[in-house]
Design a protein around this ligand. Structure first.
Ligand code: SF4
Length: 427
């Protein structure tokens, strides 16, 4: 019988990835809640070997809900480390019982498996410092090629997949539209014709047009929305406009002429940074944010001081940095889009808009924090700082959906939860 050997599209950076273990500035588990599925919970409950048994009693906490995928969680120590971490910063379960005893979350971290219309894809969360370094420092890192996943003996061993299929008897327009939108957003961000923030502005306007189109469709009576083919045709005409360089150049001219309010971006990014500062952060995230506070003088009672430093440094240092290291932010954005296909957000305009705003806020924060560190370190600011910025951001907020939902809610309360706000943030 032939061995089970699915083939997956895997980007170059992940093909080169190897955990650096004790040399890692983080651990896989520090700083967040690790969810344990029901099968792993049972395996852990059956552990009799000491001192593991005592750690299971102390750190494995059963959830009240009956969701088999989130049956329990690991109670972290006061310093944010997992309770199973040994003094050498290695996992005691893996050392004593082998990788097979780990939960799916721990075993496969930082990998993230998806199946899109039958095709396997694997990417990594850039909360892992080594994955972030490999993904962000090589311009070609996001190029994907087929790789045989030989670590799995059968389909049952594959980690739980996020699956997007359009193979049902009555395929949904939303899924196909979402996939095309996803590919087009990646195309815009990777295009050498624009810098990253111009590409994001175009992506934002594309999403606005798609939203307007979806809302218009939703307002029509059911018998007036057209056939599936007609709806797909309308969407593809809309999409094809954003493949036209002249159309895009004209849109960017309009964006550059907009008065976007000079204060809103630094003030908003400062208040989101303060929300993040209140969270339980890992040491590298705290170190990085301390540099930002020092660089922008965020502890000065006069907010104008921080605005002026941000503005000066953004004009004096950012353009040259982006010209030399533009692939860093591009690769982060492409990887984020690959991890969270907008197909799943395509059902409602609000969900699509929120997914877009989430991405824009993260891109704007990375630039804001990088500029804060440039203000502090001057010419010594380098790729290591930039990579730390990304994994610190990813580790602080990306694994907690509630955080960005809270930011969007705060924008709502201020009456500025809109794609226009995204445009302000990235200008
Ligand atoms: S975060 Fe990444 S490099 Fe660090 S220990 Fe975990 S897998 Fe290894």
């Amino acid at each position: 019988m032939s061995k089970f050997s699915p083939v997956a599209l895997v980007p170059q950076y992940l093909q080169a990835f190897q955990c650096i273990g004790p040399a890692c500035p983080e651990t896989c588990c520090s700083g967040w809640r690790v969810t344990i599925d029901k099968a792993t919970y049972k395996k852990m409950q059956a552990i009799r070997e000491e001192p593991l048994r005592q750690r299971v009693v102390a750190h494995l906490v059963r959830e009240e809900a009956q969701d088999p995928a989130a049956w329990a969680h690991l109670q972290m120590q006061a310093n944010g480390d997992c309770g199973f971490l040994d003094a050498d910063r290695l996992c005691s379960i893996q050392k004593q019982l082998g990788a097979g005893a780990l939960s799916d979350t721990c075993n496969h971290y930082p990998r993230h498996f998806q199946q899109v219309d039958g095709e396997h894809r694997v990417h990594a969360t850039l909360s892992c410092p080594e994955a972030a370094r490999l993904a962000l420092t090589d311009p070609q890192a996001m190029r994907a090629s087929p790789v045989t996943l030989d670590a799995f003996a059968n389909a049952g061993e594959l980690p739980p997949l996020i699956t997007w299929n359009d193979s049902a008897a009555a395929p949904k327009v939303s899924h196909l539209g979402g996939r095309v939108l996803h590919d087009l957003l990646i195309h815009l961000i990777q295009s050498p014709e624009h810098d990253t923030f111009d590409a994001l502005a175009l992506a934002l306007m594309l999403v606005r047009r798609v939203n307007a189109h979806l809302q218009e469709l939703a307002s029509r009576p059911a018998d007036a929305v057209g056939t599936r083919e007609q709806r797909l045709q309308a969407l593809s005409e809309l999409f094809s406009r954003f493949m036209d360089a002249q159309h895009n150049a004209a849109l960017l001219d309009v964006v550059r002429g907009l008065d976007t309010g000079e204060r809103l971006a630094p003030d908003l990014l400062r208040s989101v940074s303060q929300m993040i500062w209140q969270r339980r952060l890992t040491r590298s995230a705290r170190d990085m944010l301390q540099d930002v506070v020092a660089g922008l003088k965020l502890d000065d009672p006069d907010p104008q001081v921080a605005r002026d430093i941000w503005d000066r440094t953004r004009l004096a240092r950012w353009p040259d940095w982006e010209a030399r290291h533009g692939h860093l932010l591009r690769n982060y954005l492409v990887n984020s889009l690959e991890l969270a296909l907008p197909a799943r957000h395509f059902g409602t305009p609000q969900a699509l808009e929120d997914a877009c705003l989430d991405l824009l806020i993260r891109a704007a924060l990375i630039r804001y924090w990088a500029i804060g560190q440039m203000a502090l370190h001057g010419d010594a600011f380098g790729e290591t700082h930039a990579v730390r910025t990304v994994y610190a951001l990813s580790r602080s907020i990306e694994h907690d959906r509630r955080f960005m939902a809270g930011v969007l809610q705060a924008l709502e309360q201020q009456g500025i939860r809109s794609l226009a706000t995204g445009l302000v943030l990235i200008r």
